[in-house]
Design a protein around this ligand. Sequence first.
Ligand code: AQP
Length: 337
Amino acid sequence: MNKQRVFSGVQPTGNLHLGNYLGAIKNFVDLQNKFECIYCIVDLHAITSYQNPKELRSNILETVASFIASGINPEKNIIFNQASVAEHSELAWIFNCVARIGWMNRMTQFKEKAGKNKENASVGLMVYPNLMAADILLYKATHVPVGEDQKQHLELTRDIAKKFNNDFNSKDYFPIVEPIISKDYPRIMSLRDGEKKMSKSEDSDYSRINLKDDKDLIDKKIKKAKTDAEPIPSEISGLENRKEAFNLISIYASLNNKKIDQVLSDFGGKNFSTFKSKLSECVIETICPIGNEIKKLLKDESYLYTNLSKGSKKAQLIAKTNLKEIYEIMGLTKFSL
Ligand code: AQP
């Protein structure tokens, strides 16, 4: 029986936003009271597309600061960066040999990110989900909090675990992970286009609320957020085909831990300008204290590096033990210094 353990990661690609917070980091914070939690800054995933080295270094620190500022306790949990634990890359290679090409061809995120220029995308971008499976299974994690966009990659992780357990006759060696995805608001969409998810790499800064945005900028972004001419409906059916309206109401509901229909019963019949000023207030109330704390923590790089280094050492201990077992199961021998 595998011990219950949470693992999740965030890419240090800058501009952490409200979608990352509501879709993932808020859950990371809640789960630390129930599970042993390991949270990773997945810098090796970030380099699947080119990263300027100076910016990458500062984005790694900013992600650590964002975790701590959001309420993740670095003493109680493991916070570390992927490049510090070489076993992630070793296990990813093994999983490159376990996963099938047909499975990789089905990954929709690769298709979205590579776009029409697929021939020019890095090989890393294509096999990224195998590295993600390695991140999780290296720690034999049982639960993974993620946004809905990562659901398909978690299904792949389950398939890899089952195939490995079966191929090497090691029933139950790797746990079959359970995703933890917020049911009511699984994907926060762009403020400019309700069809696209809120994303760090979107060109328009007005498409997202960054964790470091100040009060005035948040207010301005919400005022400019796309809506439609209809008032807020009283019933959920009135939000059909109104993606932007649905998104703003979901954000409000998520921030206030309310169901969408509760929000509709409070605001039904009102116009969007009234609603937007309330939404602005609660985004500011949640995000600004986190942003201020991030800015404060970034002034103390040595505190951030100390936590990262401590967490990396704790992660290495688990990773080395498990990889040794995996090599043994597969008949591989690893001589050490
Ligand atoms: N819009 C979103 N709504 C809900 N959850 C989201 N997540 C990301 N965007 C949303 C969740 O945040 C966690 C960390 O994501 P990531 O930074 O590692 O990768 P990503 O999903 O590729 O994020 P972005 O913002 O879209 O980055 P870019 O633009 O660099 O690709 C994950 O759990 C993710 O589900």
